[in-house]
Design a protein around this ligand. Sequence first.
Ligand SMILES: C[S@@+](CC[C@H](N)C(=O)[O-])C[C@H]1O[C@@H](n2cnc3c(N)ncnc32)[C@H](O)[C@@H]1O
Length: 342
Amino acid sequence: MSQATHASDRGETALRQWLAPFEPKLPIDELVVEVNRLFHDFEAANYDRRHPEVLEQLPPLWQAMAQQAVRLRPQTKWRILDFGCGTGFEALQLLNALPTGSIESLTCYDLSPGMIEVCRDKVAPRFSHAQFTTSLEQLKSQGKTYNLLATNSLLHHLPDAAASLAELESLLEPTAVWLTGHEPSNRFYRNADCLAAYERFHAEQSQRRVARWSRRLQPRYLAERLQRLWRGAASPKRQTADRAFELGWFGRRPPGWLIDRLVDRHVAHSADEASAGRGLDFEVLAREFSGRWKLAWHQTYSYMGATYEGRLPRVWQAQCGELARRYPNDGANFCTLWQRAA
Ligand SMILES: C[S@@+](CC[C@H](N)C(=O)[O-])C[C@H]1O[C@@H](n2cnc3c(N)ncnc32)[C@H](O)[C@@H]1O
């Protein structure tokens, strides 16, 4: 597949094949947006608890991005649009990292009403003039412009990031900056050495799992497992699958893994998925955005795929460090900072 393939085509064939047996009744892009809305609504109340790694890993990266933004636009009074704000993570990072008093306005938008409510509870006490909305139309009708666009863990949920960005451009100043935190990168799975280390890690984990089997037959372990299964019945994935089926979006109830693939529209979970064209690559995005946005700063990290390396044994952390030195652009996640090309 050509590296320059447009985002909306990436992995589309694979997704169509996965969807077909469950008889989707909406066009794929609409299904991706609506399933995201449902899923994140179900996830909102527990989102922060389920993603502790974000809170550990990301603050220094947001601090670095905020410093870069200030370097590019010194003395700016920031008018921030936080797009896909979720529970308020990046809004709070910016409130912490930008110079005191430099934020003129802060608007938080998300398509999930559940997420916006959690965000309001966390952000309003820190910035009383912040605005919260689930309506893109309302944002557009206000005639307000922004000089800083913030997104975190958002692009991979969008049907087509370039199209969403183009839609937002009328709201952004010609010299606006865009801070994009924590997106998954398929470059990791396309790097043979990174992939080999990842496979070695998984092989070791599987061996440990075999060794744990005897413990699994203990009654106490079985009771815990049953409890976890019961709690799993109410997982956002399953709740989303049930509701999407009730709403008539599918002819057959979709399994949880398919909901995952729709919610994480542009995530490659494996080398096979990366080679089937799924996933994001910041260099491909830079080509797609060329003439409209200039890549001003980037950092990649996470050298054990989706596994958070901060909690790995030292030997694997050292391996991750070595890969990061050799392949600084091929971590499994990336943060980028873009400047609008006026
Ligand atoms: C992984 S969460 C990240 C939330 C927050 N930015 C953070 O980093 O904690 C993704 C967020 O994007 C929102 N989202 C997904 N698709 C969207 C879309 N098409 N438009 C706006 N928001 C969207 C979800 O509702 C969810 O709150």
